[in-house]
Design a binder for this molecule. Structure first.
Ligand SMILES: [Zn+2]
Length: 279
């Protein structure tokens, strides 16, 4: 029985190898022909390892600073960030990101989560990063420390309830924060994420203007501010394909914020920008 199984198995293997060699695309190398594609489980493991590396990247940054507004700029990477969602505009943004093989970072408002649990899952599943943007978008710099803590904790609890990640990133609404904000974030091992490019997409600009602001102002390491919620984001959605195309034309690769701070971290603590204490 055993010998017969081998007799059958060998020709089958030879035929499989020949078919593999013939059907391989012209640019596939020998390794691609003989080595099987990674399974879903293997891909998941690769992804988990990358997420763990990115977590350690955030840890390293927190050793010497409380916030980041841009990468160092040694790599041609930029981060597209989307605040105030998820909303009805998020699915289209996700579709464009996926179609262009691009990832973004979504700073989620807690009050949006209960209706958008599946969207939270989809944002994660498609390789994007998620950060905390408070429960209901107050100016943190004008709140007591206790109320700021509630804003952080309640958003995190809602995120957890939706099956979302333990967030390591925080973006302050209106860029309003104070010393208490930074202390609370430090206690939670969270990094405050500001930006160095403001598309102004919340100011009623046309999609052309939004795209021009993003593409022309971006430089290596830039963190670009955009919105997928908090109002009519039709023009942001319309601008996004042009933004991604324009950045790629400039050889700037859009990545998530955790990936940016892993690959191209600032090496010194930048001076804290204006915004301290509630503007
Ligand atoms: Zn916001």
């Amino acid at each position: 029985m055993r010998r017969r199984a081998i007799l059958i198995a060998v020709p089958v293997a030879v035929v499989a190898l020949i078919i593999g060699a013939i059907s391989g695309s012209p640019d596939s190398n020998q390794a691609a022909v003989t080595k099987a594609k990674p399974t879903a489980a293997e891909l998941q493991e690769i992804e988990a390892k990358q997420l763990a590396r990115e977590d350690r990247g955030i840890d390293r940054l927190l050793d010497f600073t409380t916030f980041v507004a841009a990468g160092q700029g040694k790599k041609r990477q930029v981060a597209l960030t989307f605040d105030d969602g998820p909303s009805v505009f998020t699915p289209e943004i996700l579709r464009i990101l996926k179609q262009t093989g691009t990832h973004g970072t979504f700073f989620v408002v807690g009050s949006m989560i209960p209706d958008q649990e599946r969207m939270i899952q989809k944002i994660m599943r498609e390789g994007n990063a998620i950060g905390n943007h408070t429960v209901d978008h107050p100016r943190m710099g004008e709140l007591s420390a206790g109320d700021q803590l509630l804003q952080l904790n309640e958003q995190a609890a809602l995120m957890d309830g939706a099956g979302g990640p333990v967030e390591r990133l925080f973006r302050p609404p209106y860029r309003s924060f104070n010393g208490s904000t930074l202390e609370l974030l430090a206690e939670r091992d969270m990094l405050m994420v500001l930006w160095d490019v403001d598309t102004g997409d919340y100011e009623g600009l046309s999609s052309d203007e939004i795209a021009r602001n993003a593409v022309d102002d971006a430089k290596p390491g830039s963190i670009i501010l955009m919105h997928d919620g908090g109002g009519d984001r039709t023009n942001t959605v319309a601008a996004l394909p042009e933004i991604i195309k324009g950045l790629k034309r400039r050889k700037l690769e859009p990545v998530t914020v955790p990936r940016l701070v892993l690959d191209d971290p600032p090496t010194d603590a930048a001076p804290l920008p204006e915004g301290l204490s509630g503007n």
